[in-house]
Write a protein that binds this ligand. Sequence first.
Ligand SMILES: [Zn+2]
Length: 212
Amino acid sequence: MVSEKCAYCGKKKGKRECPALGGKICSRCCGEHRGVNISCPPDCRYFQKHENFQQSKQAESYRETWVEKNEDILKDKDRNLIEAIGILETLIYYRYVEDTTLTDQQIIRGLQGLENQLKTIELPGSPSDFADFAHEELKPLIDKEKVSRSTLKQATSRLIPIAESFSDDSRRLVQGIVGRVKQDYDLPDDESGQPAENIESLITTPGDIQRR
Ligand SMILES: [Zn+2]
């Protein structure tokens, strides 16, 4: 068998099958670039193993930060607001399922864009993919009065400082939120459903969202 060079650096010997590059990758490039510069499909076993580990690890610290920053609404049992924050986190999770290269910066910029969009009835164009995605998914929920625009705006304003303080400027926030959503929220196993429908089913099961 001819030895194959790494499809990323072209220097070392490629040992792992990389479905994103369609060739072999060396373990160093895989470790350094997966999910960051390489758009890994969620079913790649190297990506999965690493991500799952990071997600469960970061979920714990994220939950601690979350509780610290939301002590007041937990104490007041402000269910609507707690739920609205959960809706935003779930949207981040679905965005990640679509694009595993999602970064902390994209989330933070997206939340800022969304906060602006929620301030007005008219929808100004937003420079952020995540804000556009989130707004599109939230619209039917707002229209059906499952959640109010002002509660979502409040939830967004709360989540931004949490996101900023938790982020390491790479992917810590993505991993923490995705891990938390996987562990704490009862999302339907069927991933073929639309995020908005799945989120709606989440709203109708009160109690789960506060589990921690
Ligand atoms: Zn390499």
